[in-house]
Design a protein around this ligand. Structure first.
Ligand code: NAD
Ligand code: AKB
Length: 308
């Protein structure tokens, strides 16, 4: 089962899991009504809210679920506008999934984020350091990592997670995060030739192309249990790190006449509280992680993908 399957990651993860395991082996679930979405037209789909624990339990039993990829969440920018909702869905939803996992012996993938780091973390963020995020979203992700560790230690639930960087893709829109500018810029460049970027030109963040993120997710879940270490609740994985102006220059070199203005809004504050890049030594050692997409490869893939 994939929760939040109609979102930015779920759209591509569901497709990849269906290719790998067979269409009818992968149940997509979400609370949105999008009848034409490829995850709805392309295989089994059920409406399911992760904060309805009874319904969640019923669907797990009825559908004979063995593994949950738990992607349903509220991202940083939307979460700061509605922190109570963010906490209820992100923490409450994760508890629903982990409780079901405890009762029904499920394996779980529950992603974390670079948003777990706060302004006091080193700008090249290590796997282990104090986690003092300043956003509600970041705090819910720290709680998610701790819950994952508790359910593993107390009940032996095999739950694993990745601290995804900002993810860049074109198959589904980005879902209300701070790193959305790195997706929107490509669509605006090709549609209007201009982008008004909501962070400053020198903002540098860890980012990753979606194919790398899907590969990392599946690879982590396929790693034998005895190779998974103490970072299981949220492995750092690095992809690529660039400033907003480096991204704009890379787009301009591929889309003639493209211009970009930088007008920071409230999301600048969230971006400033996050690291520039992350150290992913533990992922490399424990499960052989290595990214494939650099800035050039990512820009080519985005532009070709949107044009197609
Ligand atoms: P998204 O916003 O694109 O998708 C989330 C999905 O969850 C949406 O389709 C939404 O309808 C669904 N949802 C919301 N409330 C729900 C509920 N109560 N029950 C069931 N579904 C519900 O998010 P995404 O980018 O696909 O992110 C997936 C996960 O990855 C999240 O945990 C997010 O924190 C994490 N993550 C994402 C990124 C990124 O850049 N995309 C980076 C770091 C971490
Ligand atoms: C966001 O910006 O909220 C997400 C994330 C980095 O977790 N993309």
């Amino acid at each position: 089962m994939v929760t939040g399957a109609l979102g930015q990651i779920g759209t591509e993860l569901t497709e990849e899991l269906r290719k790998k395991h067979g269409t009818h082996q992968v149940l997509a679930t979400d609370v949105r009504d999008l009848p034409d979405h490829p995850c709805v037209t392309g295989g089994p789909f059920r409406y399911l809210s992760v904060i309805d624990a009874d319904d969640f339990d019923r669907v797990i039993t009825e559908e004979d679920i063995g593994t949950v990829y738990h992607l349903a969440a509220i991202l940083s920018a939307t979460g700061e506008k509605n922190p109570e909702l963010c906490e209820r869905i992100n923490v409450g939803g994760t508890i629903t999934v982990l409780e079901a996992a405890r009762k029904h012996n499920l394996r779980v993938f529950a992603p974390s984020s670079i948003a777990v780091f706060g302004p006091d973390a080193p700008k090249h963020a290590p796997q282990i350091c104090p986690l003092n995020p300043t956003t509600m979203y970041g705090r819910t992700k720290v709680t998610g990592e701790r819950l994952a560790m508790n359910y593993w230690k107390q009940y032996g639930v095999d739950v694993r997670g990745i601290r995804y960087p900002g993810l860049i893709s074109y198959k589904a829109p980005a879902g209300g995060g701070t790193t959305d500018y790195a997706v929107e810029i490509f669509h605006s460049a090709l549609e209007t030739g201009h982008y008004d970027c909501f962070v400053s030109s020198d903002t540098r963040l860890p980012m990753m192309y979606m194919s790398d993120a899907i590969r990392a997710t599946i690879s982590l879940m396929e790693t034998p249990l005895d190779r998974i270490g103490d970072a299981r609740g949220g492995y750092n994985v690095s992809g690529v790190s660039f400033t907003a102006s480096e991204l704009a220059d890379a787009v301009a070199s591929r889309v003639s006449g493209f211009t970009c203005d930088f007008n920071p809004d409230i999301r600048q504050k969230y971006a400033d509280s996050w690291p520039d890049s992350i150290d992913d030594q533990s992922s490399r050692e424990d499960w052989g992680w290595s990214p494939e997409y650099d800035l050039d490869a990512l820009c080519d893939a985005m532009i070709n993908g949107i044009r197609d």
